[in-house]
Design a protein around this ligand. Sequence first.
Ligand code: SF4
Length: 289
Amino acid sequence: MKLELAKSAGFCYGVRRAVRMAEQAAAEGRACVMLGPIIHNNSVIEYLASLGVGLIQRPEEAEPGTAVIIRSHGEGRAAYEALAERGCPLIDATCPNVSRIHQIVSQAEEAGRQVVIIGSPTHPEVAAIAGWCARPLVFEGVQALSDWLEGEPERRNLPVTMVSQTTSTQIIWDKCVEKAKKECTNLKIFDTICNATCKRQSEAQALAARSDAVVVIGGRESSNTKRLAELCGALCPMVVWIERAAELEPSTLCRKASIGITAGASTPEWIIKEVYDKMSDENIEIEES
Ligand code: SF4
């Protein structure tokens, strides 16, 4: 049996940066908390808690004077204002790719344009992007966008600025762009899908296409891990999504000639290694893709 590990598996630049910033604050002995989990991985959050980095869910829970870490997904304007009012210094770990989207949408709205965000309305990154606008529209995909455009004919003439959740798939985005270009008379589009996400997704697809099974490692809350599992599922007959090695049942994968491994952007190296080691203990030959 051959085991192949995707090169791009694991922490992306933005997540690595956020975790380092939290580690550094803890090492300096600063009283600090994360506003929401800084990344979607429970093991990493537990590790940071062990260093003394606390977790709050709302700005109102921050003790005045305590440093607050803004997660890689970012926060809306209201959170920044609330924390400033409470006198909390910020450790802003918003991924620069996400900050750029905040800038695009707030400038678009200032210019009187209608902001359209393509993404999952409940995802923290999308909620944060929407939080930089007074009247954003969020559509999960082309069907929701079409329903809105076709709901009232004059919507086609609105000045629309369209951006994407960084972890959306290219196919969802491309369909929305095609529809918007066909219908809208005043459209500005910004392809804000992250390169790291694109690379990870295309590598995972290539790996899935040549494997008999794929193991996807990542948190249940992680949107980009979910996308990886969906993309692999379309190309490979068996996809196993796990958070930790303990969930892996080797008998599920026995008699598979080739197994691919990939992992979401919020999966730390040590968890990938844990899975890798467990599988190699099964005497599987390991290769890097
Ligand atoms: S996936 Fe991309 S946008 Fe999101 S945190 Fe990572 S580098 Fe930043």
